[in-house]
Design a protein around this ligand. Structure first.
Ligand code: SAM
Length: 235
């Protein structure tokens, strides 16, 4: 194993912005480093103070929380970067997974870099990588597309382009739109790390058939196999 970062000891954390990944369902996915950084920071910026407050209390951690979400991102990013530049340790978390991956955090990262503040990733779960790793689709090259446009021509055109991709495509989708996407994908990962975790794998047509008339419940990652896979949409 390589040497740990200098923050990986019992000394106080150096000032900076710490992007701390949090579980996507299973609380056992909190690493000891994530817990230590959360315990050692001056403030935790989070999307939802109730949600993160619950996580921290389950970990036995009590730190001040400030909300940081898509509606106050611009102002909050500057404020958080300024605090870190002034010597504070600012942890940034989101409701689930890795900050910045289809979640707020990009602006605070940019603001911190702009002020010469250290930006430290504290990695952990991300639904995209978890789904990809167990999908059975090629992992050597993949494209993360996040959320598709919600509807209309933009959505149709984006999907059409993705069906010609040479790489495996990983998509997020909100549960209420998930069923509509099912006919286009080759794997679906549902409720990752949770009680009802499920993978559906097959051709797009097979998946569509299996899901016909059924509601897709819970959180989902969709994957489209690369065009280079013979014969099917990828599986
Ligand atoms: N930052 C997060 C990450 O690193 O995965 C993603 C946040 S994004 C706002 C939320 C989307 O991630 C959901 O709509 C769903 O597509 C996916 N997601 C999050 N948790 C999941 C889970 N446990 N199982 C399947 N998909 C999940």
């Amino acid at each position: 194993m390589n040497d740990p970062r200098p923050d990986d000891d019992r000394a106080p954390l150096p000032p900076g912005v710490y992007l701390v990944a949090t579980p996507i369902g299973n609380l056992e996915d909190v690493s000891s480093r994530q817990a230590r950084v959360l315990r050692g920071c001056d403030v935790v910026a989070c999307e939802d103070t109730r949600h993160t407050g619950l996580l921290l209390s389950r970990l036995g951690i009590k730190r001040p929380l400030v909300s940081y979400h898509e509606h106050n991102e611009a102002a909050r990013a500057e404020e958080l970067a300024r605090r870190a530049a002034g010597g504070e340790r600012v942890a940034v978390v989101t409701d689930a997974g890795t900050p910045g991956v289809s979640d707020p955090a990009y602006r605070v990262v940019r603001a911190a870099i702009g002020r010469g503040v250290a930006v430290v990733p504290v990695p952990g779960p991300s639904a995209a990588v978890a789904a990809l790793s167990a999908s059975g689709l090629p992992t050597d090259r993949f494209a993360f597309e996040g959320f598709l446009p919600p509807k209309g021509e933009k959505r149709r055109r984006r999907l059409e382009a993705l069906l010609g991709e040479e790489r495996t495509v990983v998509l997020y989708e909100s549960p209420h739109r998930a069923a509509r996407l099912a006919g286009e994908v080759a794997a679906l990962a549902r409720e990752l790390t949770k009680l009802h975790e499920e993978f559906l794998r097959g051709t797009a047509a097979e998946l569509a058939e299996r899901l016909k008339g059924k509601a897709v419940r819970g959180e989902c990652v969709f994957l489209i196999g690369p065009k280079r896979m013979e014969g099917t949409a990828g599986a």
